[in-house]
Write a protein that binds this ligand. Structure first.
Ligand code: ASP
Length: 332
């Protein structure tokens, strides 16, 4: 694979060309070798989809004031959760088959600590509930009513986050009353990865899941492993797209492990897509998935399934205002 202009620019800015070309065989000392490279890069934020650009800006704001990657990822995706124009995340998200808005989210920090929430109703910021689970309970994941009760006990406001617009969309869909095929229009997630000025990486992922899903359905997005994974020695990855396909290959964890064994971030994302293709030889063309990865040395990569459909937002020293980049894809 040739080096893109963007990659070259990033490497030139970081003064990192020589070290970035190091291949890392699969052993502990090379994890340490990757780790030791991180501090040469300034803060960096990468997230799924063009709507990630506003989340990135908020995350970068936290980082530029010396904040941690954990604070950055939480504050980044809260922007998307509150944004009614993003109809697949948080407030004004898409409803399930029975007209309920059930939200899924997870967060993971550089120490490998994580928190997760699934099927959460009535709370605008599931990512902050996920963080509270991580920080204030001995557990990783709470779901449904228990998650709601925990959130309220922590001072989160129980409120109506189902909008007229969401109800109108749901009523339109109800005319057909079918489980919709997972077309690119009826799902999306914000997954966001950030590196702070200490070189520490965290990630966050939040969604309303597949529109008109069966009640109780949970996708990849709140699952540590498929939807998000961070290993501060190596890097991080997160996912968007049809959650069932991503769960079957434990996508984000797979990408981190492939980077650990020396694969470039883009190639690791591509390999995860390839495994999905292998598992779904007949249907893969209709399964939109997208992965993004951030390696400990600051290098990023992404890969999607469907031609030209998956794009992501990158904000760093070279792109302070953020840049939307179309990821290469399997069906290109
Ligand atoms: N991954 C999400 C889910 O399956 C949806 C998406 O990102 O498109 O719930």
């Amino acid at each position: 694979m040739g080096m893109t202009r963007r990659t070259m620019l990033g490497l030139a800015i970081s003064g990192f060309v020589a070290k970035a070309s190091i291949r890392h065989p699969n052993n502990q000392s090379n994890n340490q070798q990757i780790s030791s490279l991180g501090s040469e890069f300034g803060p960096k934020v990468i997230s799924t989809w063009p709507f990630g650009i506003d989340a990135n800006a908020n995350a970068m704001d936290v980082l530029s004031k010396g904040g941690s990657s954990l604070d950055a990822v939480e504050h980044g995706v809260r922007i998307t959760e509150a944004d009614p124009t993003v109809t697949s995340v948080g407030y004004n998200g898409s409803l399930d088959r029975d007209g309920h808005l059930t939200l899924d989210a997870c967060i993971m920090d550089h120490r490998g600590m994580c928190g997760s929430v699934a099927c959460l109703e009535h709370i605008k910021h599931p990512i902050s509930v996920a963080r509270a689970i991580m920080e204030k309970t001995p557990h990783v994941m709470l779901v449904g009513q228990g998650a709601l009760e925990f959130a309220v006990s922590q001072g989160f406001t129980k409120e109506n986050i189902v909008t007229e617009d969401a109800i109108r969309r749901w009523e339109e869909w109800k005319q057909s009353n079918a489980i919709p095929p997972p077309t690119p229009e009826n799902h999306d997630t914000i997954g966001l990865l950030a590196m702070d000025s200490n070189g520490n990486i965290s990630g966050a992922c939040t969604t309303s899941g597949l529109s008109y899903k069966l009640p109780g359905r949970v996708g990849d997005s709140p699952l540590i492993g498929p939807g998000l994974y961070v290993d501060n020695e190596v890097g991080a990855a997160t996912a968007t797209g049809v959650g069932e396909a991503i769960i079957r290959v434990v996508g984000s964890f797979l990408i981190v492990e492939l980077m650990r064994s020396g694969m470039e971030p883009e190639m690791a994302c591509k390999e995860a897509v390839k495994r999905i293709v292998k598992k779904h030889p007949e249907q893969h063309a209709s399964l939109q998935v997208g992965f993004i990865a951030l390696r400990k040395d600051g290098k990023t990569g992404a890969y999607g399934m469907r031609k030209g459909e998956f794009s992501y937002s990158l904000t760093d020293g070279a792109n302070p205002k953020g840049k939307v980049i179309t990821a290469p894809s399997w069906l290109d």
